[in-house]
Ligand binder design. Structure first.
Ligand code: SF4
Length: 283
């Protein structure tokens, strides 16, 4: 055989009762990214709501966000110390470790201890990136909705700061490592999305958006502009139109990529099955 053969993909059978798939009610950065990366994964997740067990990385992110959210929402600025963050973590840990999502990871004692060590380490890296006693947030875990170009945009903003000079800065925590340069633009789509929500709902466009990557202690900064806001709106409108088309035609194609390795739907996905059959036939 010459050249790489494409796996033949049969589309998964419909198992919804409706004639066409129902549109999700909102567009979020996660939905936008999911659809762009793989329309079929989008369908499984946001339309069929198939179970999607949280990964260890996601749960790491959840716990770090819980601690930082409490540190800013419930603690006075001068008390936002590493010791206080550790105390918040210790208080949150018993409920977190007995939650079904965490139990589903089936970590043994050693792996659980390693998970907790990693949370401590991520929090230590956070304190190396900024001094929270100097931060003046006007909102944490801000849950914002706005109708833009007929689409209900929704997002939860980790933190919005008000600087002494009157400017606003939007902060998003990431517990992984910063992406390589060629992927960092697409990672900024999420925070630009949040900046648009701030502008629409709160009437202020953040002068800066900051992605804080605790994994490798990198802060990526971008400045929303008229052009970037326009670009984001065009992207959201185009992706929403594509989602509408996919729902109307019931056509959500799989898009195999390196992301398949961590996709929760590998066991259901016809593209993965076709790929395995191809590999099996070649042996
Ligand atoms: S395994 Fe890959 S192709 Fe299949 S749904 Fe997941 S991301 Fe899409």
């Amino acid at each position: 055989m010459t050249g790489a053969a494409s796996p033949s993909v049969t589309h998964p059978p419909r198992n919804l009762a409706t004639v066409s798939f129902p549109l999700p009610s909102t567009l979020t950065p996660s939905k936008l990214g999911r659809f762009v990366n793989c329309p079929l994964a989008f369908r499984y997740s946001y339309i069929e709501h198939l179970p999607e067990p949280a990964s260890i990385y996601q749960l790491r992110g959840t716990l770090v966000h819980v601690v930082l959210q409490q540190l800013f929402a419930e603690v006075t600025p001068c008390e936002r110390t590493p010791e206080r963050a550790r105390a918040i973590l210790e208080a949150a840990w018993p409920a977190f470790r007995s939650d079904d999502e965490f139990l589903a990871l089936e970590l043994d004692e050693a792996a659980t201890a390693s998970f907790l060590r990693e949370i401590h380490s991520l929090l230590a890296r956070y304190f190396a990136l900024e001094d929270p006693t100097q931060v003046r947030p006007v909102g944490v875990e801000l849950d914002l909705h706005a109708e833009v170009d007929g689409i209900d945009l929704h997002g939860i903003i980790d933190r919005l700061d008000h600087l002494p000079d009157g400017r606003f800065v939007l902060v998003d925590y990431k517990t992984g490592r910063s992406p390589r340069a060629e992927r960092s633009r697409s990672r900024l789509t999420g925070v630009q999305f949040y900046a648009l929500l701030c502008e629409r709902v709160l009437g202020v466009r953040p002068s800066e958006v900051r992605l804080m990557y605790l994994g490798d202690q990198v802060v990526v900064v971008d400045e929303p502009t008229d052009q970037s806001m326009r670009g984001l709106r065009q992207r959201a409108t185009a992706v929403w139109a594509a989602i509408e088309r996919a729902c109307a035609t019931e056509d959500f194609r799989p898009n195999p990529s390196p992301l398949c390795k961590t996709c929760a739907f590998r066991g259901t996905c016809p593209a993965v099955a076709a790929e395995s059959n191809l590999v099996g036939a070649a042996r």
